[in-house]
Design a protein around this ligand. Structure first.
Ligand SMILES: Cc1cc2nc3c(=O)[nH]c(=O)nc-3n(C[C@H](O)[C@H](O)[C@H](O)COP(=O)(O)O)c2cc1C
Length: 324
């Protein structure tokens, strides 16, 4: 699939997830077969003030690519400057605009989904970001609208296409819906019919079967997976295989899940240092061992790990015969 000048080999994308989309998460997603990854949403105001914490969130290496840096903000001028800084200093494969975030902290400042209440502002933000981004393709990620009574995704689709946006991701829920109910995939189908730029469908894909169904029912060009990746990066491998052959690969073995745990822990330590990295890692460990025989004995041990070797030793003991 092509997004502007970017050529993607596959069409299953890893969603931006604040609090999750860091370097380790993205490396694992790409390794498992994600078509591309994203940073979490990054404040345009933080970028233009060159805040070091903000800029650190924008760094990436080759093994996380293709990657999009996602920007949010309600001021077109700031978005233009932020896109310019992003393009010049970080050179991501694309810049994505967050027009769908429902979080209070963001919408209170009229960012994220709040922008969808004002189509003029939506247009200004899109045009400004494209100006700032130069050669780098700009995509947008939207919800259906602020509420279900006044959907705007078709209007935003038209505005985006006219302005030169390279692809649109639609999380098929309104802002007020948050994450409740079912995503309304019919909206994705309607958007796909009404624009000629690529449409990326998003919302409630939990299994390879869901992925196939979304592509078939909506005709979208690609799909994006969010929550289902958090505890299972292998989902990209499963979905790719299912889409290509209609078959699921063998489920990962215990040894493969242990391998994933150790690789993830190593990346976390490299990225965040041993103390913070391992603290952050604990919840992943308890997710990755789900379904292991004797998991109730393993979980309390892994939720206390303090060193990388602790993890290795716990799994060695486990594999050495204390499984049950
Ligand atoms: C914890 C969490 C953080 C998220 N952070 C972002 C974000 O930074 N930017 C964004 O565009 N969407 C964000 N989202 C929305 C997801 O990218 C995605 O659109 C949504 O979860 C629906 O897809 P899913 O059903 O596959 O999870 C976030 C969602 C969750 C659950």
């Amino acid at each position: 699939m092509r997004i502007g000048n970017l050529n993607l080999e596959k069409n299953v994308l890893c969603a931006p997830l604040a609090g999750f989309s860091n370097r380790p998460f993205r490396v694992l997603a790409i390794k498992a077969g994600a078509a591309m990854t994203f940073t979490e949403m990054i404040s345009s105001e933080g970028i233009i003030r060159l805040q070091s914490k903000t800029l650190a969130m924008m760094e990436f290496k080759k093994d996380e690519q293709p990657i999009g840096i996602q920007l949010f903000g309600a001021n077109p001028e700031s978005m233009e400057k932020a896109a310019e800084i992003t393009a010049k200093n970080f050179k991501p494969d694309l810049i994505d605009i967050n027009l769908g975030c429902p979080v209070k902290k963001v919408v209170r400042k009229n960012g994220g989904a709040a922008i969808l209440k004002d189509l003029k502002l939506t247009e200004q933000i899109i045009k400004a970001t494209i100006n700032g981004a130069g050669e780098i393709p700009v995509t947008i990620k939207i919800r259906t609208g602020w509420n279900d009574q006044s959907p705007v995704f078709l209007d935003v689709g038209r505005i985006a296409e006219d302005a030169g946006v390279s692809a649109i991701t639609l999380h098929a829920r309104s802002k007020v819906k948050g994450f409740s109910g079912q995503a309304h995939w019919e909206s994705i189908r309607e958007l796909k019919k009404s624009v000629s730029i690529p449409v990326i469908g998003n919302g409630d894909i939990k299994t390879p079967e869901d992925a196939m169904r979304m592509l078939n029912e909506t005709g979208c060009d690609a799909i994006m997976i969010g929550r289902a990746v958090m505890n299972n990066p292998f989902i990209f491998k499963d979905i790719n295989s299912f889409l290509e052959s209609g078959k699921l690969p063998e489920p990962p073995t215990i040894e493969e899940k242990i391998d994933l745990s150790l690789t993830h822990a190593k990346l976390m330590i490299e990225e965040f240092g041993p103390e913070r990295g391992l603290k952050m890692m604990r919840r992943y460990l308890t997710w990755y061992i789900k379904g292991f025989p004797g998991v109730s004995k393993l979980r309390p041990l892994l939720s206390k790990v303090e060193t990388y070797d602790d993890i290795g030793n716990i799994f060695d003991d486990y594999l050495g015969g204390t499984k049950t």
